[in-house]
Design a protein around this ligand. Structure first.
Ligand SMILES: *Cc1c(COP(=O)(O)O)cnc(C)c1O
Length: 356
C-alpha cells in the first residue's frame, strides 16, 4: 500500500491529499480555544447541506457502528416493538442492537437479492404497534440500494420513528433524509475521510423520543448531545478528524451535490457494463437495485484469489463478499473521491486481465 495504490473498496475509501493535509493542521483544544464553538457550528452547517436537511446534526467520535448502536440505544425503550427491515447483513444486524436495548425486534427479512414490497410493509405496520423501524439504504456487502420513499411515507403517517443506516450512500447518491428521523453516515465511506467519525441527522420527533427514553449509557447515548453547548461538548471531540471531515464536505459542496451523484452514477454504470462484458452479473436481482456507490459481482468460489491478484499484480485494492458469501462476491467500490469512470476503467481492465 503506497501513494500509487488504487483503492476501490467500499470503505474505508481513498482519502485525497487535501483531506489528509487538513488532518495534520494544529489541533484546537475544543474546551479552551474560543474559536472552537463557531468552527463546530460551521462544520455542522456544511454537513447539513451535504445531507440536504434542516434537521439537527450530531457528529460522534467513533466509527460508523457507534452511530448504529447509539441511535438504537437512544430511541428504543425497553419493551418497544421495533420493525427491522432486512435484505442484507447490516439490516439483519440492527435486530441485535434492538435486543441489546431491551426492545422487541420484529424482523421482516426477505431475500438478499430482492426489494421490499411497500404494500406488504404497510400491512405489517398496520398489524403491529411499532415505536420505531430500522432499515439500511445501501447494503454494502451485496451492493443493493433500497428505494424507501413509499415505505418511509407509510411509517411517518403511522407515527413510527425511522432509523436509517445510509453509511455507504450518503454523499454518493440522494438519500430521502427529510423523511427519516435519524439518518446515519460515517466519515470513511462516500465522504472520503479517514475512519473515526459517525454523522447523523436527528429530527424533532427523534429528540422527543430520546428525552422520553431512559438512557443507561453515556458514550452510546444521544441525550448529552441534545442542546449541547458547542464550547463544552460532552467529551473531547476528535479535532483532527473534524478537520478532515470539513475538507471532505468542502470538496462535495464545491463540486455540487448533483454533480457528485452523477459522477457516482456514471462510474457505477460503467462498472456494470464492463462486468457484463466479462460475463459477470451484479448480485442484486435487478439492475434497478444496484447501488451507485458499490458494485458486487457474483464470482463463485474465486473472489479471494481474484482480489489478491488484483492487489499483488496491479496494485488495485477491491474487496470480497462478507460472511457466507466471502468467496462468491467481488466488490468494487466506486465511492467518494475515487468514483470516476477513469478509475473504474483501470480497475476493470485489470480485472479482465486477471480473469484471463
Ligand atoms: C461501513 C458500514 C457501516 C460501518 O461499519 P463497519 O465497521 O465499517 O462495517 C455501517 N453500515 C453500513 C451499511 C456500512 O457500509
Amino acid at each position: 500500500m503506497d501513494e500509487n495504490t488504487l483503492t476501490m473498496t467500499p470503505g474505508p475509501t481513498a482519502v485525497p491529499e487535501d483531506v489528509r493535509e487538513a488532518m495534520a493542521k494544529p489541533a484546537m483544544n475544543p474546551d479552551v480555544n474560543p474559536e472552537f464553538a463557531s468552527y463546530y457550528e460551521t462544520l455542522l452547517d456544511k454537513l447539513a447541506r451535504v445531507y440536504g436537511t434542516d434537521d439537527d446534526m450530531v457528529v460522534l467520535g467513533g466509527e460508523g457502528i457507534l452511530g448504529l448502536e447509539t441511535a438504537v440505544e437512544s430511541l428504543v425503550a425497553p419493551g418497544d416493538d421495533v420493525l427491522c427491515l432486512a435484505n442484507g447483513l447490516y439490516g439483519d444486524g440492527f435486530a441485535d442492537f434492538v435486543e441489546m436495548a431491551g426492545g422487541n425486534p420484529v424482523v421482516h427479512d426477505i431475500d438478499y437479492t430482492e426489494a421490499f414490497d411497500p404494500d406488504h410493509v404497510a400491512e405489517l405496520v398496520e398489524s403491529g404497534e411499532f415505536a420505531t423501524a430500522t432499515m439500511v439504504h445501501c447494503e454494502t456487502p451485496t451492493g443493493l440500494l433500497n428505494d424507501f420513499d413509499e415505505i418511509l411515507q407509510t411509517l411517518q403517517d403511522a407515527g413510527v420513528l425511522t432509523i436509517v443506516d445510509a453509511v455507504s450512500s450518503l454523499g454518493g447518491t440522494a438519500v430521502p433524509v427529510e423523511n427519516i428521523d435519524v439518518c446515519l453516515g460515517a466519515s470513511q465511506k462516500c465522504f472520503s475521510s479517514p475512519p473515526g467519525l459517525t454523522t447523523m441527522s436527528v429530527s424533532d420527533a427523534a429528540w422527543e423520543k430520546v428525552e422520553a427514553t431512559e438512557q443507561d449509557g453515556f458514550y452510546t447515548s444521544l441525550a448529552p448531545w441534545q442542546d449541547a453547548d458547542f464550547s463544552f461538548l460532552p467529551y473531547t471531540h476528535l479535532v483532527s478528524n473534524l478537520y478532515a471531515l470539513e475538507a471532505s464536505l468542502d470538496r462535495i459542496l464545491d463540486e455540487g451535490r448533483e454533480n457528485v451523484f452523477a459522477r457516482h452514477e456514471s462510474a457505477a454504470d460503467l462498472c456494470r457494463k464492463r462486468g457484463e462484458e466479462l460475463g459477470l452479473s451484479p448480485f442484486p436481482g435487478s439492475e434497478s437495485l444496484c447501488s451507485p456507490t458499490v458494485t458486487a459481482f457474483e464470482i463463485e468460489g474465486q473472489a479471494t484469489d481474484v482480489q489478491r491478484q488484483l492487489y499483488d499484480d496491479h496494485d488495485i485494492l477491491v474487496t470480497t463478499g462478507l460472511g457466507d458469501l466471502e468467496d462468491d462476491i467481488l466488490r468494487v467500490g466506486h465511492m467518494g473521491y475515487n468514483a470516476t469512470e477513469t478509475n473504474v476503467e483501470t480497475t476493470m481492465d485489470a480485472l479482465e486481465s486477471v480473469l484471463d
